[in-house]
Design a protein around this ligand. Structure first.
Ligand code: ADP
Ligand code: MG
Length: 345
């Protein structure tokens, strides 16, 4: 088993071309380019809370950076660097765990040219806390915050609401891994990949600067994260549930493509996974209707579906309607660590 400093040197010290100073001193140093601002975000993952303690360490290394990069994506920031605070119990302080963990972490870091510049390492219950630093152009004329970053606060009545990619599969995989429903093997495999190896939508976030009026990443469930946009933007939304439901990539389980579900999965479970599932790390964003053609072009250039699911309205609150405009009753809570657990059928 490596000692603390040997562990840091062996697994977490690499050249850092973008940083002025990386691992090894009391502080790391980062230089922002003229006219740019730092975008900073922290996410902590705790064993037993955010992941199974025996999850493949390669996938865990990927995921703990992915969830942080997703926050940069939501702000339209370009990743620069990250720091890594690790609490490791004895089994994880072994080479057999650290090596694949570092591999998974650096594979994603390299894909986004995001450098590890420092951190902290201690013995303790398995916890991984990452802080990411990204850059975004300042905009002195922008009000009320002088930035080109995408914020939660810019949605306006009349804007369209979009979701990238698909939703609900991570939650579906979690239910399956907990033995609460069974999925056909190919479906389980695909859903599990969404849960364990989410792809942060960094390219989309960058491209949405100047197009989206507000943006958030979907870590806690669509309704909850859209709710954050509505709260910060002081407005409401009318969500067309029939537009949202096909976002479930596992929709193959619909019999014949209609809202008839495989006997293993009730319609309510599917709806809950899409609307309140979380852990998918897609982006939910708003844009003026004048941006529809720009967004269609962006969707095809990124080869990523961008689905219009709702309209922003002046009246606060979330209104869910079906295809005929009838209100859909819903009591789906998004994830809250200190609230009651999700209601599952
Ligand atoms: P300090 O005594 O100031 O807390 P440490 O001795 O803990 O610093 O860390 C030594 C160096 O190693 C620092 O530059 C720190 O940023 C870096 N470091 C510690 N843990 C990690 C880690 N898990 N990943 C990357 N760098 C780390
Ligand atoms: Mg320290």
């Amino acid at each position: 088993m490596p000692g603390e400093f040997e562990l840091i040197a062996r697994y977490f010290t690499r050249p850092v071309p973008k940083a002025v100073l990386g691992v090894g001193d009391d502080c790391a140093l980062l230089q922002t380019a003229p006219g740019m601002q730092l975008a900073i975000s922290t996410d902590m993952l705790v064993a037993g809370r955010h992941f199974f303690a025996d999850v493949d360490p390669f996938l865990l290394g990927h995921k703990c950076l992915a969830v942080n990069l997703s926050d940069l994506a939501a702000c339209g920031a370009r990743p620069l660097a990250f720091s890594l605070a690790l609490a490791l119990p004895l089994p994880q302080a072994e080479d057999a765990w650290l090596e694949p963990f570092a591999k998974g972490l650096f594979a994603l870091a390299d894909a986004h040219e995001c450098e590890l510049i420092g951190g902290d390492t201690t013995r303790g219950p398995l916890t991984i806390c990452i802080t990411v630093y990204g850059e975004v152009p300042a905009d002195k004329a922008a009000l009320p915050v002088p930035t080109q970053a995408l914020l939660r606060s810019g949605a306006q009545a009349g804007d369209d609401v979009y979701v990238s990619g698909s939703l609900g599969d991570a939650a579906l995989a979690l239910l399956a891994l907990q033995g609460r429903l069974t999925l056909p093997l190919d479906l389980l495999h695909a859903a599990r990949e969404r849960l364990e190896q989410p792809a942060p939508r960094v390219a989309l976030g960058l491209a949405l600067r100047g197009i989206a009026s507000a943006c958030a990443d979907i870590s806690d469930g669509l309704l909850g994260d859209l709710g954050h946009i509505l709260a910060r933007s002081h407005c409401g939304a009318r969500v067309e549930v029939d537009q949202a439901l096909p976002l479930l990539a596992a929709r193959q389980v619909y019999a014949g493509g209609s809202a008839q579900f495989d006997s293993d999965m009730g319609a309510r479970t599917a709806l809950q996974c899409v609307l309140a599932g979380g852990d998918d790390y897609e982006l939910v964003f708003t844009a003026p209707t004048a941006q529809r053609s720009a967004l269609a072009a962006l969707s095809s250039s990124l080869q990523l579906p961008l689905t219009r699911i709702a309209t922003i309205e002046a009246a606060p609150g979330l209104r869910l309607v079906d295809a005929t405009g009838q209100a859909v009753a819903q009591d789906f809570a998004s994830f809250d660590h200190f609230a009651a657990a999700l209601v599952l059928p």
